[in-house]
Ligand binder design. Structure first.
Ligand SMILES: Cc1ncc(C[n+]2csc(CCOP(=O)(O)OP(=O)(O)O)c2C)c(N)n1
Length: 202
């Protein structure tokens, strides 16, 4: 597969986008049955606020696990599309997951990283993505060929459309601002897990 213009976009070419807004755009675009896994951090809260879907799972407590939970679901249910949402800080904590996703060739899996260059919910400490680390580059080097930065909202929207019909695995990097999420996920892990498992069983 040759390089396309999309491959040449780096984070420095990207507009600063808004995670809450794009989370709503993503959720509106989905059909009913896609699974969405929110990692810890603002992405989780934004997913919660974007509307209650029984196919959403909210990871509370441990960083960097959205990708591995999503990989598990994608392997168990290859007919279902699975989206993992993660913050840059959380993804940095579990970079090995990217290589595992590539090795598993999880065609139905999409990882979206919202890169605000910080650990926002614990006090906005800067992460290394504010410096040299390019997470799309890391994903590509880990073997996920369809790894792209969303240059602007239109590019994000187009990429989401592609993920709904084209094989992955996909990795989409989105450079986002520091706006806080518009709400907070209800902390009831047992309820969250049961509802998600019931939804996947049907
Ligand atoms: C293993 C682990 N280390 C530290 C924490 C504390 N912690 C919870 S969320 C968070 C920051 C998450 O940063 P990021 O994923 O970038 O999301 P953001 O807050 O920027 O939305 C930290 C350090 C934790 N929950 N688990």
């Amino acid at each position: 597969m040759g390089l396309t213009d999309m491959d040449l976009i780096t984070k420095r070419d990207c507009a600063v986008l808004n995670r809450s807004r794009l989370t709503r755009l993503l959720v509106e675009r989905l059909n009913n049955e896609e699974a969405v896994i929110g990692g810890i951090g603002n992405n989780n809260f934004d997913l919660w606020v974007s509307g209650q879907r029984e196919h959403n799972f909210y990871m509370l407590g441990s960083m960097g696990l959205a990708g591995s939970i999503a990989l598990g679901v994608s392997v168990a249910q290859p007919q279902r599309r699975v989206y993992a949402l993660e913050g840059d800080g959380s993804l940095l904590m579990q970079l090995g997951t990217l290589g595992t996703i590539a090795a598993a060739d999880a065609k139905n899996l999409v990882v979206i990283v919202w890169d605000n260059e910080m650990y926002q919910i614990t006090g906005a400490q800067e992460s290394v993505t504010a410096g040299f680390v390019d997470l799309v580059g890391v994903a590509k080097a880990s073997g996920i060929k369809k790894s792209f930065w969303a240059k602007d909202e239109e590019s994000f929207s187009n990429l989401i459309n592609r993920t709904l019909v084209e094989d992955g695995p996909w990795f989409i990097g989105v450079y986002v601002d520091g706006e806080k999420a518009a709400g907070v996920t209800e902390r009831d892990p047992a309820k969250i897990r049961l509802r998600f498992m019931d939804a996947l069983a049907n």
